[in-house]
Design a protein around this ligand. Structure first.
Ligand code: GDP
Length: 430
């Protein structure tokens, strides 16, 4: 379903507009800013079709457009097809309005400018200054008097991107964390991905302090590069510990982690970051960068060396790339998509149990005082990471060796070895 998100500085009337469009009073509306605390979502039924309307009004904590709120709005905007930029049609534009405008311009989503509180046709004469925001004609509305709502809905449908088939499943954006030791080449890689002309962070001091997630479209697949501001931090201007904390946060929010590896600097750091990701259930692509610095005749030897150094991570896919020559840049994203899908593998219960039945009949199961461990039933209740629950007669009979064996089996037989799947053993009486 289309997602239409209302954004605007506090107190411009977002919630009232939301309620009017949805057609009932579901949110608490008050004149004091910050009364509604959460993101609200409701389906709006119109003659043309349905769309999901999202109100960001609840995210405000004060009356300023703060970076913290931007981050939350970021989230709401990720999946948005259209933004309704609400401005107060009765008041002068404020610096906060301009900040929101600037922010929305950076986001690059289609924006419809909506003037609120235009209770009377004569008020429309005063909307001229709103053109300064750079989003074209404001659409005058009044939630109080239910004015302009039909026009707004018509404009919404005009601006929504045409979809080939409404029933086509929506491909969600894949969230990528780019992590690695300082000087691994993360920010160079980011630049290579985004293209030099794309300025996403201002160089002025103080403006790069917050996280900036950048949506990109590569080969028709949407990605969100997490915390690009953190990636661009120069190590010398940045406290290392903070950098680590930021990476961990990005890993936590990611669907897939790109671990950038400098082939001349491989060690404990890389293993730690990879483990951090895998333990959180995030698949990892090893992105070996600066490959242009490796002479052709050395490449083979270098690959072998890296394989040895990263032996623990041998099961992870690796891409040899360079920010300079851009070799294999697209491969990184192909691998990310592949791992993302793999991490969402769902093995049907019947298939899983058939498979368990076949191999348990062949292997020697661990036993305790002559009583063997029995797997009674298996199921996969979760994806990302795929989680397999084995109901067994005695969970305490499960040895480390058996668990490792089972892990290898699942990795190989079910083709999941590249992603961090999990095993859980539960007791159940026979
Ligand atoms: P970050 O700290 O991980 O963001 O690392 P940077 O992107 O700032 O890169 C660190 C250094 O490696 C810089 O001097 C870059 O110019 C250099 N570098 C990064 N990627 C490449 C590459 O693909 N090829 C070459 N030759 N140098 C690179």
């Amino acid at each position: 379903m289309y997602r239409v998100v209302i954004v605007g500085r506090p107190n411009v009337g977002k919630s009232s507009l939301f309620n009017r469009l949805v057609g009932r009073k579901s949110a608490v509306v008050a004149d004091t800013p910050g009364v509604t605390r959460d993101l609200k979502e409701e389906v709006v039924e119109t003659d043309t079709g349905r769309f999901l309307l999202v109100d960001t009004g609840g995210l405000w904590s004060g009356d300023r457009w703060e970076k913290k709120i931007q981050e939350k709005v970021d989230r709401a905007l990720e999946e948005a097809d259209l933004v309704l930029f609400a401005v107060d049609g009765r008041a002068d534009l404020t610096p906060a309005d301009h900040e929101v405008a600037e922010y929305l311009r950076r986001k690059g989503k289609p924006v419809l400018l909506v003037a609120t509180k235009v209770d009377h046709p004569t008020h429309e004469h005063y909307l001229g200054p709103l053109y300064a925001l750079g989003f074209g004609d404001p659409i005058p509305t009044s939630s109080e008097h239910a004015r302009g709502l039909e026009d707004l809905i018509e404009a919404i449908w005009q601006r929504l991107p045409v979809r080939q088939e409404e029933s086509e499943p929506e491909v969600a954006a894949i969230r990528l964390a780019i992590v690695g030791r300082p000087n691994a080449g993360k920010s160079s890689l980011l630049n290579a991905i985004l293209g030099e002309e794309r300025v996403i962070v201002s160089e002025e001091p103080g403006t790069t302090r917050d996280t900036i997630d950048v949506p990109v479209d590569i080969g028709g697949q949407r990605f969100i590069l997490l915390d690009t501001a953190g990636i661009r931090k120069r190590p010398e201007t940045f406290v290392e510990e903070l950098a680590i904390r930021r990476s961990l946060r990005a890993i936590g929010e990611a669907d897939v982690v790109l671990l950038v590896v400098d082939p001349f600097q491989v060690g404990d750091r890389e293993l730690k970051l990879a483990n951090e990701a895998l333990e959180k259930g995030k698949p990892v692509v090893l992105v070996i960068t600066k490959w242009d610095l490796v002479p052709k005749e050395e490449a083979q030897r270098m690959r072998r060396l890296l394989k040895e150094k990263l032996a623990h991570l041998d099961h992870l896919p690796r891409v040899y790339t360079s920010a300079l020559t851009r070799q294999n840049l697209e491969r990184i994203f192909q691998e990310a998509v592949r791992l993302h899908e793999l991490n969402h593998t769902r093995i049907p219960t019947s298939e899983l149990n058939r498979w368990v039945g076949v191999w348990t009949s062949r292997v020697q199961m661990p036993n305790f005082k002559g009583k063997p461990l029995k797997i009674l039933y298996a199921t996969q209740p979760e994806v990302a990471p795929p989680t397999f629950v084995f109901f067994v007669n005695h969970p305490e009979f499960v040895t480390r060796a058996f668990e490792n064996y089972l892990k290898n089996r699942i990795g190989e037989d079910l083709g999941l070895k590249e992603v961090p799947f999990r095993l859980v053993f539960r007791g159940r009486r026979e």
